[in-house]
Design a binder for this molecule. Structure first.
Ligand SMILES: C[S@@+](CC[C@H](N)C(=O)[O-])C[C@H]1O[C@@H](n2cnc3c(N)ncnc32)[C@H](O)[C@@H]1O
Length: 272
């Protein structure tokens, strides 16, 4: 059987399962099963596929039809141009989180702390872009920390990763604190896409209640862990700007403002 002949049935199965872009996903999973890059798939569409390739493709399509996120099936996600390992233990790094990276890289820093580091995507991107900087990533999930450490070694970067409930085990002070904490409200959880609700770690998605608890903890602990003049920046959901800026002002922070993402939605709260 030739590679192209595998596609129509796979697309039909993904469409029937409610996958948003079944053609794109079937092609990406075919490239994955054949061990070729997405860009080169077109060159292989008329090649005969061995049985192992067919089995791997069908297994990947089965998983995607169960609404498992594509990045978990192929095991990686591109973030700021670099490949990060993604497993069921970490949040799939989102394109909108690149706004937080952009805000961070607009500031000077030699030391950076990433709270709720997950795959390590934010911290490791900052360290790759600022090779002279030192960084620490914390998470309350040991399994997420294992993925972050693996991503550091895949990228050839040095970072310290520690198990901590937000600031509880962080002793040092930093020039910059960044975080993309869980911020979905309890009420929003049932309506999320199955890819997110059923496959990503609950702990990475929501702190429960009104979605603001992690910001309360971060705003309360940040000044004790910042050097003089240091900055803290957190990703927010687009409707949380007012509440989160207020939390930082209530803790005595100055120059609190909001930066938009590429779609013009409120995305990052910055404070000093
Ligand atoms: C939205 S995910 C962000 C992951 C990664 N930084 C990113 O942007 O892709 C939030 C992360 O916070 C972690 N987390 C949740 N509660 C925490 C806590 N109490 N202390 C530290 N980390 C926590 C989760 O395990 C998860 O990895």
């Amino acid at each position: 059987m030739r590679a192209a002949e595998l596609l129509p049935d796979a697309v039909r199965r993904l469409a029937a399962a409610g996958v948003a872009d079944p053609t794109r996903d079937a092609r990406r999973l075919l490239a994955f099963a054949l061990g070729v890059s997405q860009e080169r798939l077109i060159l292989h569409l008329h090649d005969p596929v061995e049985d192992t390739g067919i089995t791997k493709f069908n297994a990947a399509i089965d998983e995607r039809a169960r609404r498992r996120p594509l990045s978990q099936i192929i095991g990686e996600r591109l973030f700021w141009g670099r490949s990060f390992q993604v497993t069921r233990d970490v949040l799939d790094p989102r394109p909108e989180t690149e706004t937080l990276v952009e805000c961070a890289l607009a500031e000077p820093f030699d030391t950076v702390l990433d709270l709720g580091t997950g795959s390590g995507a934010i911290l490791l991107t900052l360290l790759a872009e600022r090779p002279e900087a030192m960084g620490m990533g914390v998470d309350v999930s040991p399994a997420a920390l294992a993925v972050a450490r693996n991503n550091a070694s895949r990228l050839g970067l040095l970072a310290e990763f520690i198990l901590s409930d937000w600031f509880s085990d962080v002793g040092a002070q930093f020039d910059l604190i960044v975080s993309n904490p869980p911020y979905i409200t309890a009420a929003e959880m049932p309506a999320l896409d199955p890819e997110v609700r059923d496959w990503e770690p609950h702990l990475a998605l929501t702190p429960g209640g009104d979605g603001l608890d992690a910001y309360r903890r971060i705003a309360r602990g940040a000044s004790a862990h910042l050097k003089l003049g240091g900055r803290v920046m957190v990703e927010i959901g687009p409707t949380q700007g007012r509440d989160v800026t207020q939390l930082f002002r209530d803790e005595g922070f100055q120059s609190v403002d909001i930066a938009p993402d590429m779609d013009g939605r409120d995305r990052v709260v910055r404070a000093r």
